[in-house]
Design a binder for this molecule. Structure first.
Ligand SMILES: Cc1ncc(COP(=O)(O)O)c(C=O)c1O
Length: 321
C-alpha cells in the first residue's frame, strides 16, 4: 500500500446535468466534482498530492519544488498542500513576474510560495538548478514532476476510479481533460484493477494523440506495477482525441468560450478556461456529431481549475460575452 496523507474531500459528488443534456439533445450528462476536492479551491492535483506529500514525508523532505505555467492549477494546489502539511514550497514558473498577479498566480503568492521565474528560458533547466541549489542550502527538497504525473501521483486516480465505481458503475463514458497524462494513466489502471466496463476518453489539451497515448500507456504500466500487479499497457488501449487543440495551450478560443457559457448558464457550473473548458468543448462537439447514443450515460470528470477564470486575460475575454 502506498503511503497517503488524507486532506482531500472525498468522495467528490456526482451530479446530473439535465438542463444541459436536454439543450444539447444528446446523451445523459453527469459531472464528477473534482473541482470540489477542498484544498484551496481543489482540483485533480489534490488527489495526487495526498500520495506525493506522503512520499515526501517518508523521504524526510522539508521543501516541495515543482514547476508549471503562470496559471498552473497544479502549482497552486502544491503550495496549499505544502502549507497543510508544514513544508516550504518553491515554484518554478514560465515567463516573467506579472505586474499584477491574478488567478492562480495571485494565490501562489498569497499562499506563500517562493517563486522562481524562468522567463523565456527552459523551465526544466531552472527546475533542475533550483533543486540542486536547495539541496546545497540544506532545504531537503522533494521534486514533484510537472503536473504531479509520476507513478505515485497517478496512483491516486486508480483509487478515484474505484470511488466512482462505488458511487455508480453504469457510466458508458468518462470524459476528461488530459495533459501531463497522470490523471488518465491512473484512470486506466483503476479501470483494469477495479473492472470498470465503460470507456475513458481523454480530450488532449496540448499534445498530439500519438504522443499522449504513449506517455499515458507508459505511466499506467509503471503505476500498476507500483501498485503490485505485473502488468503493462499499450498506446492503442488508451483513447485520446486531439481534435480540440485550437490555437494551443492556454489560448481560449470560441469553442471553449461556448462550453464555459453553456455549462454556466444551463447548470450554474463553472469550468476553467484551459483544461475543462477545452474538454467540455470537445464533449459538446462529439455530442453534436453523434458520437454518443441518446441512451448513454456520460460522466464529465471536472478536474478543477476554476481559479484561472480570475486571471486577467480570461476575465477580459469572458466579460466580453
Ligand atoms: C484543471 C485541470 N484539468 C486537467 C488537468 C490535466 O491533468 P493531467 O496533467 O494529469 O493530465 C490539469 C493539469 O494541470 C488541470 O489543472
Amino acid at each position: 500500500m502506498l503511503p497517503r496523507i488524507q486532506f482531500a474531500h472525498l468522495p467528490t459528488p456526482i451530479e446530473a446535468l439535465p438542463r444541459l443534456s436536454e439543450a444539447l439533445e444528446g446523451p445523459q450528462i453527469f459531472v464528477k466534482r473534482d473541482d470540489q476536492t477542498g484544498l484551496a479551491f481543489g482540483g485533480n492535483k489534490t488527489r495526487k498530492l495526498e500520495f506525493l506529500l506522503a512520499d515526501a514525508k517518508a523521504n524526510d523532505s522539508r521543501t516541495l519544488i515543482t514547476g508549471g505555467a503562470v496559471q498552473s492549477n497544479h502549482c497552486r494546489q502544491t503550495v496549499a498542500a505544502a502549507n497543510r502539511v508544514g513544508f516550504d514550497c518553491m515554484l518554478v514558473l514560465t515567463g516573467e513576474k506579472p505586474a499584477r498577479p491574478t488567478g492562480n498566480n495571485f494565490l501562489d503568492q498569497f499562499l506563500g510560495a517562493e517563486i522562481i521565474w524562468a522567463g523565456s528560458g527552459d523551465r526544466e533547466q531552472y527546475l533542475d538548478a533550483t533543486f540542486k541549489q536547495a539541496e546545497k542550502d540544506g532545504k531537503q527538497p522533494y521534486l514533484i514532476p510537472y503536473g504531479g504525473s509520476n507513478e505515485i501521483g497517478a496512483a491516486a486516480f486508480a483509487f478515484a476510479m474505484k470511488e466512482m465505481l462505488n458511487q455508480d458503475p453504469d457510466f458508458d463514458w468518462v470524459i476528461i481533460a488530459s495533459s501531463s497524462g497522470g490523471t488518465q494513466a491512473g484512470m486506466a489502471v483503476g479501470q483494469r484493477m477495479f473492472g470498470y466496463q465503460g470507456q475513458v476518453l481523454g480530450i488532449s489539451v496540448d499534445n498530439p494523440a500519438v504522443e499522449l497515448k504513449e506517455r499515458v500507456a507508459g505511466l499506467a504500466g509503471v503505476t500498476i506495477r507500483t501498485l503490485g500487479e505485473q502488468d503493462e499497457f499499450y498506446p492503442d488501449e488508451i483513447l485520446v482525441n486531439d481534435e480540440f487543440l485550437g490555437e494551443g495551450y492556454g489560448i481560449m478560443g470560441a469553442p471553449e468560450v461556448e462550453a464555459l457559457t453553456l455549462f454556466a448558464r444551463y447548470e450554474g457550473l463553472l469550468l476553467d478556461p484551459v483544461y475543462t473548458g477545452r474538454a467540455a468543448a470537445g464533449l459538446i462537439e462529439l455530442i453534436r456529431s453523434g458520437f454518443f447514443t441518446a441512451d448513454q450515460n456520460v460522466l464529465f470528470w471536472h478536474t478543477g481549475g476554476t481559479t484561472a477564470l480570475f486571471a486577467d486575460q480570461y476575465m477580459d475575454a469572458l466579460s466580453a460575452q
